[in-house]
Design a protein around this ligand. Structure first.
Ligand code: GLC
Length: 737
């Protein structure tokens, strides 16, 4: 029934039928090496007229991780998930799907294994909901590639590493993307954006990017810029950049149906739009009203779409956010007619109790869309639904490659599938100013990182509903440790800029974001190490598996965010770490042995210098944290690097590095630098400064070694060491680099 082939050490492909090439994986499959096989390991498999069903019996203590962007707990047991990219603006716990499809799961327990379905249409995954010990995966089409990650002694890290070897290493944005981003629906004109920028600089609140939501356009027509609101866009982009701000315009897929609008005309003339099942152009209403949907499944359309970014990129725009690309459909002309009839009917027969008819994203809209593949054959939309956002991102990249070749670009996409993680970051869509969504943000950071989306984040402060000072402060404190750190809010909600909640709240948020900028050397070094080694940058505490509200940020820092109202502290689990990071690359770091890691240095942090530290043994503790304080922990025998925060990344070279160590034996860290703006790091164009601190009685030996690439000289001239021992005593040293 299946064809099978070993792909990597632990990875086996089971192929059924003739699956479409989706682009989710990057490793070639040797057709000749595929041997026939009846059974698939770990699963029972059945095929009937409804499609394929895979089942696996879960043991009582098995945990199930993965599925990237889904609601609910980090351990996915006890819910049904539907992987069908959907614009759902109300993320309540009962919802079964969101904007992305990441069909990668890990079962961890007495026997640990992983599974990934390279499949672009709807997948239903029931993880112990219908029957508590049953994992059931259902798809309707039986053309599919199923990858199983399995083998003796396999760990979760092995599974993630092979999954990322198979599907490609995670997206690396330009370095400025690790700064703070400010967004709002909308800052509609040059004046509002200029004033916003001035406020950030006047108030000394670091900021690197300002977003332009849909109102910058002329009548929501994509690739237009309102001339009334932006008199000289090109000059404006340059002047904002001079002040250290990158502008990030939104690009939606829907192209307004309008005579005389160039993008619409070109798309119609050259056949770049999706059709309906009758062969006419498919019409959907989105922000611009009635619109056509580009057929991103088609190579020619992607090339054309990429080209449309020319004016923006040539003006100096280095990043975009792609939205509404599930695709989202408010209604169609047919639905309006039906709606009209229904309203007439209701007028005469009485309205139902809600008095509303759900119009958006009805299943019948998607059944009516038809794509055309590169050979000219029709492809029903629902057979490739989850690829739409991915293909749109690939179309955008056509533009970057053409107009800023070799440069790292910034791209955020709302909809995504596996594969998108190689080329873009994502945000988690329209959350609300709810404490529950702050907790969701924590969980999604972990599950998205496992799915390869290292660069991700949620709208800080909440998109919908009104936020308030305390929620803003706590969310900003989590934002410090969110790879994408973007404050975004919806039209009609309370203004959410950091100064909108009183001076006291402002100062606390500013200190938090300054800490983010101070941590940049650590963050960037660790992010790049994780990309190179294919390990999640943000990970759960693998040694305290039921803890879902704390996470590791790189190898040295554990974060325990406060996510409840009126809380002035929380319970924290400090695990005793059995697994020690494996050997790091680089000469002197290779001596890294197995150190004991059972203690933690609590850094109760209210600003970017390290004070208020205490040493804790492994255990569970209630720890106080005033509103301005974050609970950050440095793992025993590890190092964290800090610098002086700037107003925007690149404002000043990092010349002095503070190294905070909690060293009872030996600790190592590899400080990493590259140009921050090109892809040359892939060819080895980066430098490292390796730091080793070894305890020698009451003293420490410090060893430094530089591995410098001639194009990336390390600017650091001095290092300040603050090293804590098991009693919390601090030793300080200043060393010339
Ligand atoms: C969608 C996006 C949101 C954006 C809005 C207007 O709801 O998710 O981020 O602000 O559209 O463009």
């Amino acid at each position: 029934m299946f064809k099978q082939s070993a792909i990597l050490k632990f990875t086996t492909l089971y192929r059924l039928g003739r699956p479409l090439t989706t682009g989710m994986t990057i490793l070639p499959v040797d057709e000749d090496a595929l041997g026939p096989i009846d059974a698939i390991t770990r699963f029972d498999c059945s095929i009937d007229e409804n499609g394929l069903t895979l089942t696996h019996t879960l043991l009582p203590h098995d945990r199930v991780f993965g599925l990237g962007q889904t609601l609910g707990a980090f351990n996915k047991r006890g819910k049904v998930y539907r992987l069908y990219a959907t614009d759902d603006p109300v993320h309540t716990p009962d919802k079964d799907c969101l904007y992305g499809s990441h069909p990668f799961l890990i079962v961890e327990g007495a026997e640990t294994f992983g599974v990934f379905l390279d499949y672009p249409a709807e997948i239903i995954i029931d993880i112990g909901f219908t029957q508590d010990d049953l994992l059931r995966i259902r798809i309707t089409n039986v053309d599919v590639d199923i990858y199983v990650f399995d083998g003796l002694g396999i760990t979760v890290k092995d599974i993630v590493r092979e999954f990322l070897t198979l599907t490609g290493s995670p997206y690396v944005p330009p370095k400025w993307a690790f700064g703070y981003h400010q967004s709002r629906w909308s800052y509609p004109d040059e004046k509002s954006i200029t004033e916003l920028g001035k406020m950030f600089r006047q108030k000394g609140f670091p900021c690197d990017a300002i977003y332009m939501d849909i109102d910058y356009m002329d009548n929501y027509k994509v690739f237009t810029i309102s001339e009334e609101r932006f008199v000289d866009f090109e000059r404006f982009v340059v002047s904002m950049k001079r002040d250290g701000f990158r502008l990030v315009p939104i690009i939606d897929p829907a192209v307004k149906v309008e005579r005389g609008y160039g993008v619409c005309r070109e798309g119609m003339e050259d056949g770049y739009f999706c059709r309906d099942t009758d062969g006419d152009l498919f019409v959907a209403a989105v922000w611009p009203g009635f619109a056509y949907l580009p057929d991103f499944h088609n190579r020619k359309t992607r090339k054309w779409w990429g080209g449309l970014h020319k004016r923006f990129i040539e003006a100096g725009i280095e990043g975009f956010w792609n939205d509404m690309n599930e695709p989202s459909i408010f209604y169609t002309p047919q639905a309006v007619n039906e709606f009209y009839d229904t309203v007439q009917y209701m007028k005469h027969n009485g309205f139902d109790k809600e008095g509303v008819i759900p119009m958006s994203n009805r299943p019948e809209y998607f059944q009516d869309i038809v794509h055309t593949d590169d050979a000219g054959n029709p492809v029903p939309h629902n057979s490739i639904h989850n690829l739409y956002g991915f293909n749109m991102a690939q179309a955008t990249i056509e533009g970057f490659n053409e107009y800023m070749p070799g440069q790292r670009y910034f791209l955020l996409s709302r909809s995504s599938c596996t594969g998108t993680h190689r080329i873009a970051g994502i945000w988690t869509g329209d959350n609300m100013s709810w404490w529950e969504h702050l907790l969701s943000h924590i969980r999604m950071l972990m599950s998205l990182n496992i799915a390869g989306f290292f660069y991700c984040g949620a709208d800080i402060g909440g998109f919908g509903c009104n936020t308030y000072a305390e929620l803003m402060i706590r969310w900003m404190q989590l934002g410090v440790f969110s790879p994408l750190c973007r404050n975004h809010s919806a039209m009609g909600t309370r203004y959410q800029e950091p100064w909108g909640f009183g001076h006291g709240a402002f100062e606390l948020m500013r200190e938090a974001i300054r800490l983010r900028y101070a941590l940049l050397p650590y963050t960037y070094s660790e992010y790049m190490r994780c990309v190179r080694r294919l390990e999640p940058f943000i990970s759960p505490l693998f040694d305290a598996k039921d803890v879902e509200d704390q996470f590791m940020y790189g190898d040295s820092i554990m974060v325990a965010p406060i996510y409840q109202p009126n809380a002035r502290g929380r319970y924290v689990t400090l695990p005793s770490t059995k697994s020690v990071p494996e050997q790091k690359t680089g000469s002197i770091l290779e001596q890294n042995g197995r150190q004991k890691r059972t203690r933690w240095l609590l850094w109760r942090c209210s600003r970017y210098d390290v004070r208020n530290v205490e040493v804790y043994e492994a255990g569970v503790y209630y720890m106080g944290a005033e509103l301005g304080e974050m609970l950050i922990f440095i793992m025993e025998n590890s190092l964290v690097t800090l610098t002086h925060p700037v107003e925007y990344i690149g404002q000043a070279a990092c010349r002095s590095l503070t190294v905070i160590g909690f060293v009872t034996d030996k600790a190592t860290f590899s400080h990493y630098e590259d140009d921050g703006s090109t892809f040359k790091y892939k060819e080895g164009c980066f430098s490292t400064l390796d730091i080793v601190i070894e305890r020698d009685g009451d003293d420490y030996d410090i060893m430094l070694s530089r591995n410098e690439h001639e194009d990336v000289p390390i600017a650091i001239t001095e290092l300040l060491f603050e090293i804590y021992d098991e009693s919390g005593h601090k030793a300080c040293r200043r060393v010339a680099a």
